[in-house]
Design a protein around this ligand. Structure first.
Ligand SMILES: [Zn+2]
Length: 107
């Protein structure tokens, strides 16, 4: 798996109609190399009134997008940056910002 993006990462959309939007990764689909990002690539679905939602209306739901369209955001640079891997101890690699070296760790 080459994409390097994980659940709960903070990413920015770098191409397509949602370019520039940021959000948290809700889901990663390694097989298809797709990701689902909070509040990005929303599909609006009209729903009928139900008991929980008596008004009915529009429900927003995220659609997946291609992982190559998003990039991890470095907290320090405050910009989407490429990932480098750094070995911190035997068998223990972390993802760091290629530019400033800041670790991309997701809580
Ligand atoms: Zn950085």
């Amino acid at each position: 798996m080459a994409m390097g993006i994980r659940k709960n990462d903070n990413v920015e959309v770098i191409s397509g109609k949602e370019k520039g939007r940021r959000g948290r990764v809700l889901k990663v689909l390694p097989k298809t190399q797709r990701v689902m990002v909070e509040n990005v690539n929303l599909a609006k679905k009209h729903t009928r009134p139900t008991q929980e939602n008596p008004q009915g209306g529009i429900v927003k739901k995220e659609l997946t997008l291609d992982a190559s369209n998003v990039m991890l955001v470095c907290n320090k640079c405050d910009e989407p940056k490429r990932i480098a891997h750094k070995v911190i101890s035997a068998g223990n690699k972390v993802r760091v910002c290629r530019e400033c070296g800041e670790m991309f760790e997701t809580k």
